[in-house]
Design a protein around this ligand. Structure first.
Ligand SMILES: [Zn+2]
Length: 89
């Protein structure tokens, strides 16, 4: 019995309602997929950092815990979002 890959309508954006625009949803989606990727640990340099809770990141290898962005350890993404928001205004 093989595991069938179902086409789910509810993707990473499933939790979001229609009040968010397409661009926001797109950005949210890429942010979420970025969030799900293991991040690089600033202490041991291994990609073993997982998000523990909003803004809290923990390395599975060395146990290093640190505060960061809500979705990515670094806030670069937020800066980019802010920048593009400023550009459209
Ligand atoms: Zn580490």
């Amino acid at each position: 019995m093989g595991k069938k890959r179902r086409t789910k309508k509810v993707g990473p954006t499933g939790g979001l309602g229609v009040r968010y625009g397409v661009s926001v949803r797109k950005r949210y989606r890429s942010t979420i997929s970025e969030m799900k990727k293991p991040q690089t640990c600033p202490q041991c340099g291994l990609r073993s950092v997982k998000r523990e809770s909003v803004g809290i990141w923990a390395c599975r290898k060395c146990g290093f815990k640190f505060a960061g962005g809500a979705y990515v350890p670094s806030t670069n993404l937020g800066v980019t979002a802010k920048r593009s928001a400023a550009r459209s205004t």
